[in-house]
Design a protein around this ligand. Structure first.
Ligand SMILES: Cc1cc2nc3c(=O)[nH]c(=O)nc-3n(C[C@H](O)[C@H](O)[C@H](O)COP(=O)(O)OP(=O)(O)OC[C@H]3O[C@@H](n4cnc5c(N)ncnc54)[C@H](O)[C@@H]3O)c2cc1C
Length: 421
């Protein structure tokens, strides 16, 4: 495994860092001002998007772009350090057309869209003209096990009729979000294969019967694009809006979530670096009882532990990205689950330490720490809760042990028989 940045990545990193310094960081206050005032900062984002596109900093996340698609082809390993830089300003990934949930939706469409779906939905997404959302989670059932999903997708002639309630549909309130990929039950026979009963359909957000009910606050933080509750009441879409085969919802969800999970982790590492840098700066300027906070051993321990844990998480993420590139998303499944757990836990741990060093100010919106903590906590659910990922890792270990059953016998030291020489 070689994690050294290639000359191409080094060059892209320098350009991306410069772009962030010149254009994104100076716009940060304005972005927050508009977002907190209840307006999505569309004009600001659009201007930055045009610049990023013109500079070739566009769609960096998609390793398999076709020749007619706009963007810069990068492997997951090459993309990782760039996503980390974008992560430093959480809203910035939209500027480079690299934000969730669009990235996952573009990947799913890239893999499974029909030529018509490609033209109508994928190309405008790749061009950054529209955005999208995905509705899997439902309030009424434990959605970390998607076999539970109850929203129905019924075939009636040349249409599908969708009925149900979703929530935490990220982006549903974004003014550019034009469609939602909805996962629901298309085979209502209770005895059918539980992993082949669900399908995914593309639902235009302006279809009659689609209603964004509310924007759910996350630990009392509102996101301007919304993590929304959305109802679907007798929504009719053409049968041609089905993604892949009927009953293929699970296969599609798996294909979608692997790379998406790793992107979140890469951005998280950037956010943890910001928290650590803020913690160090504050510790160097704040004095109590005649000493700077940086002189206290406990603060030094927090700084050191944060440094070590971020570096560990980065290496694990790079290994997962390398495995994906080398052996495919399926082979990287356990690695992706591992990093998903490590990164989400890391973010709350590091930001919590930084908040403590800042004193009460750390809890206010005057620093990004409260938001970063909230987002870290949310990450422990987004794309599956920790426990589901722990289960994946445990199952892989237990499978190995079953295959090698008895191999550890040589490591055991049996008791010495009594009286033996
Ligand atoms: C900010 C944010 C954005 C999101 N964006 C989206 C989105 O765009 N689209 C979307 O569809 N969803 C989205 N989600 C929802 C997220 O994917 C779900 O919350 C997650 O999959 C868990 O589902 P649930 O909330 O129904 O929890 P449940 O399934 O009810 O699980 C509750 C708890 O049960 C425990 N548990 C579950 N399985 C096991 C197990 N095997 N072993 C032990 N314990 C277990 C876990 O502790 C888990 O937290 C988002 C969530 C957040 C917070």
């Amino acid at each position: 495994m070689d994690f050294e940045f290639t000359p191409r990545v080094q060059e892209l990193r320098s350009r991306l860092e410069l772009f962030m310094e010149r254009h994104v960081i100076p716009a940060n206050i304005e972005w927050h001002r508009q977002a907190e005032g209840g307006t999505y900062p569309l004009a600001l984002i659009d201007e930055l998007k045009e610049r990023a596109k013109a500079e070739g900093l566009w769609n960096l996340f998609l390793p398999t772009l076709r020749d007619d698609e706009p963007g810069t082809r990068l492997t997951n390993l090459e993309y990782a350090p760039l996503a980390e830089i974008m992560g430093r300003i959480p809203w910035s990934s939209e500027v480079f057309n690299c934000s969730a949930p669009d990235t996952g939706n573009m990947e799913i469409l890239h893999l499974f869209a029909t030529p018509e779906q490609r033209e109508r939905w994928l190309m405008p997404l790749l061009n950054g003209e529209i955005r999208s959302c995905i509705g899997i989670t439902e309030p009424d059932v434990a959605s970390s096990d998607p076999t539970n999903l109850q929203t129905t997708i019924r075939r009636e002639g040349d249409t599908y009729v969708i009925n149900g309630r979703k929530w935490f549909t990220t982006g549903a309130m974004h003014p550019r979000v034009k469609f939602c990929i909805v996962m629901g039950l298309s085979d209502e026979r209770p005895d059918a294969d539980p992993h082949a009963r669900h399908s995914m359909v593309i639902v235009p957000m302006d279809a009659p019967g689609v209603k964004v009910v509310r924007n759910l606050a996350i630990l009392n933080h509102h996101s301007p694009e919304g993590h929304c509750e959305v109802t679907f009441s007798n929504v009719r879409v053409p049968a041609a809006n089905l993604l892949g085969e009927e009953g293929a919802g699970f296969a599609l969800a798996q294909a979608r979530l692997g790379p998406g999970r790793i992107h979140h982790c890469m951005r998280t590492i950037g956010q943890c670096e910001v928290a650590l840098e803020l913690m160090c700066e504050r510790a160097l300027e704040r004095k109590t009882f005649g000493r700077y906070l940086a002189d206290y051993a406990n603060v030094q321990d927090w700084i050191a532990e944060s440094r070590i844990e971020i570096d560990q998480a980065r290496l694990l993420t790079l290994r997962a990205a390398w495995t994906m590139d080398r052996f495919g998303n399926k082979a990287a499944r356990t690695d992706v689950s591992s990093i998903k757990i490590v990164a989400a836990r890391l973010q709350t741990k590091v930001t919590d330490r930084a908040i403590q060093v800042f004193g009460a100010m750390g809890l206010t919106p005057d620093t990004p720490l409260a938001y970063l903590y909230t987002w870290g906590r949310a990450l422990r659910f987004i794309d599956g809760p920790d426990e589901v990922h722990l289960r994946t890792v445990a199952r892989a270990e237990i499978k190995k042990a079953k295959e090698n059953r008895g191999a550890m016998a040589a490591y055991l030291v049996p008791p010495h028989p009594a009286g033996a020489e």
